[in-house]
Ligand binder design. Sequence first.
Ligand code: SF4
Length: 417
Amino acid sequence: MNFNRASEKLQILADAAKYDVSCASSGGNRKNTNKGLGDSKANGICHSFTEDGRCVSLLKILLTNHCIYDCAFCVSRKSNDIQRAAFTVEEVVELTINFYRRNYIEGLFLSSGIFKNADYTMERLLRIVKKLRLEERFNGYIHLKTIPGASEELIQEAGLYADRMSINLEMPTEAGLKTVAPEKSHEDVKKPLHFVNQHIQAYNSDRKLILSTPKFVPAGQSTQMVVGATPESDLEIMATADQFYKAYNLKRVYYSGYVPIRQDSLLPSIGTPPPMIRENRLYQTDWLMRFYGFRVNEILDDTHPNLDPEIDPKLSWALRNLHLFPIDINTADYQLILRVPGIGVGSAKKIVAARQFGKLRTYQLQNLGIAYNRAKYFVRCADSPFASKDWQASQIRHFILSSSQNKRQSPQQLTLF
Ligand code: SF4
């Protein structure tokens, strides 16, 4: 390999890949067998992200930043006057193996612009993962981007070698996508997501009967939406996420705040800060849906189509539903305890376990590690005064906001990771 040229390509193609945040590596389980090289675990793989979205534990690159399409929001679009490069199949394999041996990375995140057509590109991606697994016996983690429009045969074969596959939805609604990428459609994404999901289910059921059935995309599928480039509300974004989680059994939906890269009347102007707080609130909402049993329309609806940037979505929901509170921490259902601001899944479980041994008092609740200063407006303990104060939602909001601002002195931009 020509080292100088490869390092130049690496600079171009790793930089172009940084806008894709959907590369968390958790979820993969691939055991080292037959003296292969390395393995990957469902947890323990470091997937730290830099602030600009780069995942530092995976070799995160594009095969090429050439593209036949001209999506307005994308740095690789064909009309953008940038330096172009493309790796060969051998170069990607060699870089991955060399970085892995040096312990720089735990795996590969491989995406691509579209060279000639979807199949031509997908076929190269397939050759890379096949070579890594079969010739180099690489057992590290591989996250592969599926190229929309590629033939099912190529996608199916790639699924036998990748741990995770993903396809970006790009804009949260079809209308938004059509505005900035008229040549693309959500249908191009739905078809392969459906195909891969069906195969994941089929391979999983076969494995229950025939142990030697190979693994197919064992870490599941994910997608990414760009947020803030087109004018969708948070309700529209989360409704789309909910629909995709349900229809295609996705492991994750990633929300990527749009970073303005060009002056275009269709897009926010250069200099507009990326919507980091909004992105953070969307992740919190996503978390509430996946782990706390919230439905989208409980958090967002036509009267509240956007998340409150000042307070997290769980607190916002609780303040709009004060008639449900305060709950008696000694008798309330686990699901209701989960809905108290300041109480997470771990502390809710501890509360339910601890109250079997006697009625919980305020100090015990504090000892269980909940954020009591936030939760105290929504719960009653064994020693709570009989008549609780009749605070209005606006007062509670004010108390909580001022106590958190006192801690930080001044409001700050939240960091995403
Ligand atoms: S098809 Fe993908 S890589 Fe090509 S311009 Fe559109 S978003 Fe960018």
